[in-house]
Design a protein around this ligand. Structure first.
Ligand code: GRG
Length: 307
């Protein structure tokens, strides 16, 4: 049942995204005035373009929802922590769009960062976001009153989810898999790392920062892993069915000869599998008594979104 204090997903997203945008603006301004002041203007512009060009801001919103579900309260410092996840996401998209990766021209309805600011600036700017995210997470944790051990745990999980065992490793599996049909297990493993690891870390980090017990953190990770898979299945369905205009980018799975959940299961079964993952995600929360209106609505949104 939706409680009276939950404003509905649309308004929840609207206010959450506005706070995330403000936190990201603070991050970029700090970069521009701090160690980013020592790099060339094109790299600074690439960072601004890559970080502040829209998007659903799903990872930070998930982080905040988990933080709240575990007893934290929404405050600017919590959004600074959540924005660290988006800095990593922004780096991944900047690099993923490069000619040596997916060679994409459009993202979120705009020219990609390297098409506007050049490849060198995009590589450098994207790389700068990684340490920026780790430092921002540590500082935000300190501001939220987390002790050193908890802050270190947050930063460690952020870096683990971004690295070879997570997103970068998933990208590597993705590149290796081009032009060949992956098995179901290979496809799950690829996406568990490439997309799932950062989505799961988003809620995990929110829970850790709020001081959740180990059991509660585990439950939240279960939720995050299930919605991570659901997100990717929905992404493949959208790539196969939605227009470039709706997506703000040119669907590319078929052109890049990628294995997808749609190719593996067919559209109807892929959709059904995504819905099953939502049930699994909510079940994980229920087992720990952590289901909140926001986490439930976000899980459903992950599979019902139009872009
Ligand atoms: C070190 C060069 C180099 C590469 C390795 C590029 C990279 C690191 C990893 C890329 C992995 C990647 C792009 C994962 C994200 C996949 C994905 C589904 C992105 C779309 O996410 P949304 O829908 O996007 O949340 P918005 O636009 O809403 O933010």
């Amino acid at each position: 049942m939706i409680s009276s204090s939950f404003p509905g997903l649309e308004r929840y997203l609207e206010s959450g995204v506005a706070e995330v945008e403000a936190a990201l603006e603070r991050s970029v301004a700090r970069f521009e005035g701090g160690f980013g002041a020592g790099v060339d203007p094109a790299t600074r512009s690439a960072v601004r373009h890559g970080v502040l060009s829209g998007g659903k801001r799903l990872r930070p919103v998930l982080c905040i929802a988990a933080y709240e579900a575990c007893g934290g309260t929404r405050e600017p410092g919590a959004y600074d922590l959540a924005a660290a996840l988006e800095l990593i996401h922004a780096f991944s998209l900047m690099h993923d769009d490069l000619p040596c990766m997916d060679d994409a021209e459009l993202r979120r309805g705009r020219l990609t960062t390297h098409r506007v600011h050049g490849e060198e600036a995009t590589i450098l700017g994207g790389a700068a976001l990684i340490p920026m995210a780790a430092l921002q997470a540590l500082e935000a944790c300190a501001g939220l009153g987390c002790d050193e051990a908890r802050a270190r745990r947050v930063a460690r999980r952020l870096m683990e989810a971004s690295g070879a065992g997570g997103m970068v490793g998933g990208q590597w599996l993705d590149l290796l898999g081009e032009g060949r049909t992956l098995t179901k297990n290979e496809l799950d493993e690829l996406h568990r790392r490439k997309t799932g690891a950062l989505l799961a870390a988003s809620v995990e980090i929110g829970a850790i920062a709020a001081g959740a017990s180990d059991d509660d953190v585990e439950a939240v990770i279960g939720y995050g892993q299930a919605i991570g898979l659901a997100f990717q299945i929905a992404d493949d369905v959208l790539d196969a069915t939605a227009s470039a205009e709706t997506l703000g980018k040119i669907p590319s799975d078929a052109e890049l000869d990628k294995s997808t959940y749609v190719a593996q299961y067919g559209l109807a079964d892929a959709r059904a599998r995504a819905r099953e993952q939502v049930d699994e995600a909510l079940g994980a929360l229920d087992a720990a008594g952590l289901r909140s209106d926001a986490l439930e609505a976000l899980a459903r949104y992950v599979v019902e979104r139009g872009k």
